[in-house]
Design a protein around this ligand. Structure first.
Ligand SMILES: NC(=O)CC[C@H](N)C(=O)O
Length: 271
C-alpha cells in the first residue's frame, strides 16, 4: 500500500469512440481524487505523462467503433506503443491501481491483465464475447460481491444496483479448470444476482438476471493482487441517489448512489 497522503491522480484514458470519460472523471473527483482525461495519442507522443498518475482508468464506450471486436484495437495500440505504461500500472512497484469499466474491461481482457497467471500455456483462460441474445442490452442489474475477493475496489461492498449497457459482455472461461482457479482466488469479484440478495452463485442464472449468459454470472474480474479490476456494469452511472431509476418512489434516499463506494475505495487505498 502507498504511503502517499495527497489525493491520488487518475488518468482517464480516452480514445476515438470513448463516451463515458466525463462521468468517470466526475465519479473519481466526487470520491476525492484528481482526474484528468487524456487521449491515447497524447500518451503515445509523450509516454512520460504516465508518471503523473497513480490510477489508470479505461472508461466505457465504443473505442475505435468496436471494430474487429470490442476493445481489440485500443488493446493492440496499447500493446504496440504503451506496453511500458500498462506494465508500470499493472505491475510496477505494486503501488498503483487500474480500473476498467465496460469497454475498459473489454480492453483489459484483450490485454490479458485481468486473467494473468491462470493459464499454464499462452492461451487466454477467459474472454468476453457476444451476449447470448446477440444484441446490445441496456438495463439495471443486481450485483453480488465475492466477500473473499482481494479486489481493492469492492472492499466492504456486499451488493450493488448498477446499469449495464453492452453487446459483447458475456464472460466465458476456457474450461472448468480456468474458471475454478479464478473463482478460488476470489478473482470473480462481482457477479450478477437476483433481487433477493441471494449472493454469489456459480450456477448460470436466467435472463434478465444474468443479462448476457456469462459463465458463473461473472460481471467483474480482478488480478491476483486485487489492484487491477475490470467490470462490465457502470458504477459511474450510479453516483447520485437520484440516478436510481425509482428514486422518486423511495421513502428514504441514501446519501449516494451504489457506484460511488468503488471510487471511494480506490481513493482510500492511498490514504
Ligand atoms: N458501454 C460500453 O462501454 C459499451 C461496450 C461495448 N461497446 C459493447 O457494446 O460491448
Amino acid at each position: 500500500m502507498s504511503t502517499q497522503s495527497v489525493a491520488p491522480r487518475v488518468l482517464v484514458l480516452r480514445a476515438p469512440g470513448t463516451n463515458c470519460d466525463e462521468e468517470t472523471a466526475f465519479a473519481f473527483e466526487k470520491a476525492g481524487a484528481i482526474a484528468e482525461r487524456v487521449h491515447v495519442n497524447r500518451l503515445i507522443e509523450n509516454p512520460a505523462l504516465k508518471d503523473r498518475y497513480q490510477i489508470l482508468c479505461f472508461p466505457g464506450g465504443f473505442s475505435y467503433g468496436d471494430d474487429i471486436a470490442a476493445g481489440r484495437i485500443l488493446a493492440t495500440r496499447l500493446r504496440e506503443h504503451l506496453a511500458g505504461m500498462v506494465d508500470s500500472f499493472v505491475h510496477g512497484n505494486g503501488d498503483r491501481l487500474v480500473l476498467g469499466i465496460c469497454n475498459g474491461m473489454q480492453v483489459m481482457m484483450r490485454l490479458g491483465v485481468l486473467t494473468e497467471g491462470v493459464s499454464e500455456d499462452d492461451q487466454p483462460p477467459a474472454t468476453l464475447t457476444w451476449n447470448n441474445h446477440g444484441r446490445f442490452e441496456d438495463r439495471w442489474v443486481h450485483l453480488a460481491v465475492d466477500a473473499k475477493s482481494p479486489c481493492v475496489f469492492t472492499q466492504g461492498i456486499e451488493k450493488m444496483y448498477l446499469p449495464m449497457a453492452h453487446a459483447e459482455g458475456k464472460f466465458v472461461a476456457r474450461d472448468e479448470s480456468a474458471l475454478s482457479r479464478l473463482r478460488d482466488a476470489g478473482r470473480l469479484a462481482v457477479r450478477y444476482t437476483d433481487e433477493s440478495d441471494a449472493g454469489v452463485s456459480d450456477e448460470v442464472l436466467p435472463f434478465p438476471i444474468n443479462p448476457n449468459g456469462a459463465d458463473a454470472n461473472v460481471a467483474g474480474v480482478c488480478d491476483a493482487s486485487g489492484r487491477v479490476f475490470g467490470l462490465m456494469p457502470h458504477p459511474e452511472r450510479h453516483i447520485e441517489a437520484t440516478h436510481h431509476p425509482f428514486w422518486t418512489r423511495r421513502k428514504e434516499q441514501p446519501e449516494h448512489g451504489d457506484g460511488l463506494a468503488m471510487f471511494q475505495n480506490a481513493v482510500q487505498w492511498f490514504a
